[in-house]
Design a protein around this ligand. Structure first.
Ligand code: FES
Length: 282
């Protein structure tokens, strides 16, 4: 069993959990994910690692209530309670981890984090910071109340640019507006971009960075369901190849991903999640 040592609400329906999972904490790296299960009846939920403390033996995950299982976890589990399963680390670590640090230091790196995508962006930015590299981060949320992990990101990034759709905090507009502003008006130059967030946001960031000539990596963790390569839910086209996000990714060259196909597939599972949520609420 895996005890919850800390639970914190980050925003409406978004919760952070620090979970005691020593063997996962000893090995996990930014970009990798874990599969959690609340109890015997619980659904297996793949979640990207948000942070880890090797000494304390804890792994941080962030859960957004999007269906029945996540609703139950958010409502039922408190500090001191336990997850029945906490399996990992799974998937592949971020590409940046395997690159030569001295080469990385020569690059201007931009992260784009949308909504819950902030959780998997944070450990990558932190990993770079701990090696003397300060990346810029553009963070998008629909309003001030949905800006999560801002202090954490601020403490490890070069510049943090928060954008809200309604202008209630930071820059008013989409992350793509802010990226354009940085490149075209502020003279920023980026050699590498990592985007993690809602599929539609990743699609438009990818279209923009292609236009701007910035190589871009997107993390496709949002389309994973069982996380084991067996359900087929995370299948996607990358260039002329078929890939599975949970086994081959979750990171891929964003300029080669067929986002329209991935968006269509996502709709199918949204419907399933909706049905499950109704079962719990009714
Ligand atoms: Fe099921 Fe990848 S999440 S095959």
């Amino acid at each position: 069993m895996f005890p919850i040592v800390k639970k914190r609400q980050l925003a409406e329906n978004i919760y952070l959990f620090d979970v005691l999972a020593k063997r996962v904490a000893a090995k996990c790296l930014p970009g990798e994910f874990v599969i959690v299960k609340q109890d015997k009846q619980g659904e297996r939920i793949p979640l990207t690692v948000c942070d880890y403390d090797r000494e304390a033996g804890t792994v941080t995950i962030v859960i957004q209530v999007i269906g029945g299982s996540t609703r139950l976890i958010a409502d039922d589990l408190k500090e001191g309670d336990e997850f029945m399963d906490f399996v990992g680390p799974l998937g592949n670590a971020s590409d940046l981890i395997s690159e030569d640090i001295e080469e990385l230091k020569k690059k201007n790196i931009l992260f784009v984090a949308g909504g819950l995508g902030t959780a998997p962006v944070y450990p990558q930015v932190k990993w770079l910071y701990e090696r003397g590299i300060k990346a810029d981060v553009v963070q998008g949320a629909k309003s001030k109340d949905f800006v999560i992990l801002e202090d954490e990101l601020k403490s490890v990034s070069g510049n943090l640019y928060v954008c809200t759709d309604d202008g209630s905090y930071g820059f008013k507009g989409l992350v793509t507006d802010k990226i354009k502003d940085l490149v075209e008006n502020e003279g920023k130059k980026y050699d590498h971009c990592v985007v993690i967030g809602p599929m539609i946001m990743m699609k438009f960031v990818s279209l923009l960075t292609k236009e701007l000539g910035i190589p871009t990596i997107a993390s496709m963790n949002t389309i994973m369901v069982d996380g084991t390569g067996m359900c087929g839910a995370c299948r996607l086209s990358v260039g002329d190849e078929i890939k599975f996000a949970c086994v081959d990714g979750p990171e891929f060259d964003a300029h080669k991903i067929n986002f329209n196909e991935a968006l269509q597939r996502l709709q199918i599972y949204k419907t399933e999640e909706g049905r499950e949520l109704l079962k719990v609420i009714e």
